[in-house]
Design a protein around this ligand. Structure first.
Ligand code: NAD
Length: 532
């Protein structure tokens, strides 16, 4: 074991620790969901490898933290350049590893990986915590590097989801230990190559391969972490949060969803049907997917007819084929889990209007796009995340009922609604429990916006300054209004040290958003408490 050849791309499947490839005594076999054949033998890390990687990241922290922000940003841009140069390699490997469409990897997912690095590199240089002032005192908010960050991520978009956490952590001046998902671990190894070529110092980025319950658990529980960034299921999120909590390590959790997609009778039906069918994207393995279709009674018949016609026309097959719309599910274990949900739902009275099993023409891990109607209120299929190409449809007769149905799960990641009425859109979206609400659209998001979920969907928000708020140690420094009073006999400070100069420089900053978010209503309360 060390190098695998995946579609002509050399992938070193050992760990990446302190700028070196490191093997483990054991390996695990990584299978492709396309045909369930082995792709690579991957290093099986555990406590020792997690500890070695955290140690390497600790040693690299001082140097990286002290690297000026503009220089850190330049390295992140160089990583983005490397990702862009290797989009084809990354796409070919990722498609074989997780079964998602090659065309999506080429056109949107891998470009977004590069964008993750560029966005946080640029945002880093725009962070502006100046402009606060109280009683003549100047307050300067800054984002200080925090330390070693563990990044533990899932397989449904492995490189994109990992870099959504890795890029801001590195931008913030932290060093990183990533634990890739064991069901799709390979592009993390390619990212290690790219970071080395981009000039990222040894130990700033590390990869520990292995199983969640071993390498992942050891990493999350490590006492020398400054942050744990976890993306995955709510069940694992609880374990990670408990392990990190025992060390009082701050955790950011981006977890699962059971999101509603509401269609009101006044909606553009074509638009709504198109987006509803789009929820089968990535074989339904999308955390944000609106898997519960909630349709207003008068249009339910027409909606269902149009939906089933369009969904039946989706082409399922090999994800490397440009014409394919839906590929396989990730592993046999996962497919059996998805199928178990469908079988139990049908046994409990739900009716499949579409699909309901493995595609008979394809076999393997190709589960048919499935639509279930008639599930009883509170049924498992309506409340638990399936994470496969399985949607349910329910009807409602009033807005109140629609909101109640939409909010009837413990999750709160996203919600999508289609309506022709602006007032209804505002009324309903205000009442939906969701980190993101899309109105007459889906999946569009500015990276400056907060991202995260309510309830079982997670803890915390990331995106723009919210990411730096998590990864960095946010600090407020208060400068006395009278300027610099040197001790008797000390020299006068240089002109460049006078506070008025730095105030005016910061006041001209561009990032008004972050300042105003922090500034709102807090200054006077703080002053009132100063003697308390
Ligand atoms: P998972 O929770 O099984 O695994 C996620 C990661 O955690 C993997 O790297 C795994 O190896 C690791 N892990 C497993 N057990 C661990 C433990 N005890 N300690 C530490 N790490 C451990 O999730 P999955 O099946 O890989 O991914 C699917 C889930 O991820 C779904 O619930 C989906 O909704 C969610 N997800 C959420 C988002 C989001 O942004 N909110 C994005 C994508 C996926």
């Amino acid at each position: 074991m060390s190098e695998a050849d995946v579609a002509g791309v050399a992938v070193d499947a050992r760990h990446w620790i302190g700028g070196r490839r490191v093997a483990s005594p054991g390996t695990f076999t990584d299978l492709s969901p396309i045909d369930e054949r082995p792709l690579a033998e991957v290093a099986l890390g555990g406590e020792a490898e997690a500890a070695a990687a955290v140690q390497a990241a600790r040693e690299a922290f001082g140097g990286w933290a002290q690297t000026p922000p503009a220089d850190r940003a330049a390295v992140l841009h160089a990583i983005a350049d490397g990702v862009e140069r290797r989009i084809e390699d990354l796409s070919q490997v990722e498609t074989r590893d997780n079964g998602a469409l090659l065309r999506s990897h080429r056109r949107s997912v891998m470009p977004r990986v590069a964008q993750n690095f560029r966005f946080f590199a640029d945002w880093l240089t725009k962070l502006d915590g100046g402009g606060l002032e109280i009683s003549g005192h100047r307050e300067q908010v800054s984002w200080a590097p925090a330390g070693v960050t563990a990044v533990i991520t899932p397989w449904n978009a492995p490189l994109m989801l990992a870099t959504w956490r890795i890029a801001p952590a590195l931008a913030a001046g932290n060093t990183v230990v990533a634990k890739p998902p064991e069901w799709a671990p390979l592009t993390a190894s390619l990212l290690a190559d790219i970071t080395r070529e981009a000039g990222l110092p040894d130990g700033v980025f590390n990869v520990v391969q292995g199983l969640g319950g071993e390498a992942g658990a050891a990493l999350a529980a490590h006492p020398d972490l400054a942050r744990v960034a976890f993306t995955g299921s709510a069940a694992t999120g609880r374990l990670v949060a408990a392990a990190a909590g025992a060390q009082l390590t701050p955790v950011s959790l981006e977890l699962g969803g059971k999101s509603p997609l509401l269609v009101f009778a006044d909606a553009d039906l074509d638009l709504a049907v198109g987006h509803a069918v789009g929820q089968y994207d990535n074989a339904g393995q999308v955390c944000l997917a609106g898997t519960r279709l909630l349709v207003e009674e008068p249009i339910a018949g027409e909606f269902t007819a149009r939906f089933t016609e369009r969904a039946a026309a989706l082409r399922q097959g090999d994800p490397r084929d440009e014409a394919t719309d839906i590929g396989p599910n990730i592993t046999r274990e996962h497919l059996d889990r998805v199928d178990g949900f469908v079988r139990r739902a049908v046994a409990a009275g739900a009716r499949p209007l579409l699909g309901g099993g493995v595609n008979p023409a394809l076999g393997g891990l190709y589960y048919q796009p499935t639509l279930l109607a008639g599930a009883a209120a509170g049924a498992e299929i309506l409340t638990e995340e399936v994470f496969g190409p399985v949607l349910t449809i329910q009807t409602f007769t009033a807005e109140e009922e629609a909101v109640a149905l939409a909010n009837s799960t413990p999750y709160g990641l996203a919600a999508t609604l289609f309506t022709g009425s602006r007032h209804r859109a505002e009324r309903v979206s205000a009442r939906l429990r969701a980190g993101t609400v899309w109105v007459n659209c889906f999946f569009v998001r500015d990276l400056r916006a907060p991202f995260g979920g309510a309830g079982l969907s997670g803890i915390g928000r990331e995106g723009g300054t919210w990411s730096f708020d998590f990864y960095a140690d946010v600090k407020n420094t208060v400068y006395a209004g009278q300027g610099w009073r040197a001790a008797a006999g000390a020299g006068r400070p240089g002109a460049e040290d006078t506070p008025s100069r730095s105030v005016s420089r910061r006041a001209s900053g561009t990032t008004k958003r972050s300042v105003s978010r922090r500034a709102s209503g807090t200054t006077h309360r703080e002053e009132g408490q100063k003697n308390g």
